[in-house]
Ligand binder design. Sequence first.
Ligand SMILES: [Zn+2]
Ligand SMILES: [Zn+2]
Length: 306
Amino acid sequence: MEGPVPHLEQAASAACTMATNFLAPVKTERQIYENSMLEDDPNANSVVPTSFEDRTVPRWGPNHKGAQELANLYSTGKRTQECICVGICITLMMVNFLFIMVRLRLENLSAIAIAAICGIVTADFGSGLVHWAADTWGSIELPILGKNFLRPFREHHIDPTSITRHDFIETNGDNFMVTIPFLCKLTWDFLSLPETEVQQRFLWTCYWFLLAIFVAMTNQIHKWSHTYFGLPGWVVWLQDHRIILPRRHHRVHHVAPHETYFCITTGWLNWPLEKLCFWAILEAVIEKLTGFKPRADDMKWAQKRS
Ligand SMILES: [Zn+2]
Ligand SMILES: [Zn+2]
């Protein structure tokens, strides 16, 4: 009778250890406190300096020399491109919204809701994939891509509050641009296809429309997740109900070296992807195939403190 008891105890303790490891927070409060800029305290009044360098050179924020250099690379040409993209995108969103509303039938509402949720989940995954790729690979020196599209990602890690000082155009220009071809295709289909075919494709149309809306809104949602003062009540409600990226959740990404929690639309996929080691495996495969070190350029900018 004595035999099985130690086995049971071993199994129970192994199960306990597994559960503890599995359910442990991805970053502890201490890791967050010591390795990220506190955005509810952007002047770092509560940060205890841990080294001589910390006392003399800002580790994060608008006074960081690297952040200032990156902010200065925002050009007039880039600004013009963003203004044009925002204008075209908003027009296409309104046109497609009207086409969809005209064809909305109450009896299809549950199927439409499922299509819409699938669109939102895809947007969350897409935000993670693009954010991960931009944070992890490439460099500011790359022609066209570097200064125009990687620059904001580098700036954001060393001065996370800069996004809260960007206006609507600078915040949303790039994401709005990405959705333009998809919104054009939806409009074209509404205008050119026979009505029966439009009806047949309607669920797919709802999926693509919600995907485009959430992709377009991703950086605005991201900006709200960094805004600790003066947010409208309805935005805080959406954050508290985890419909859009919550503030505390996104802080996990801002712990150096910024290697997890890349999804920034709703954040729903961050925890499962972390538990599957999705990003770590992807990075290991790419490093093996190409020899490039993940986040080499990001580290370089982080070190340009003075
Ligand atoms: Zn990042
Ligand atoms: Zn962020």
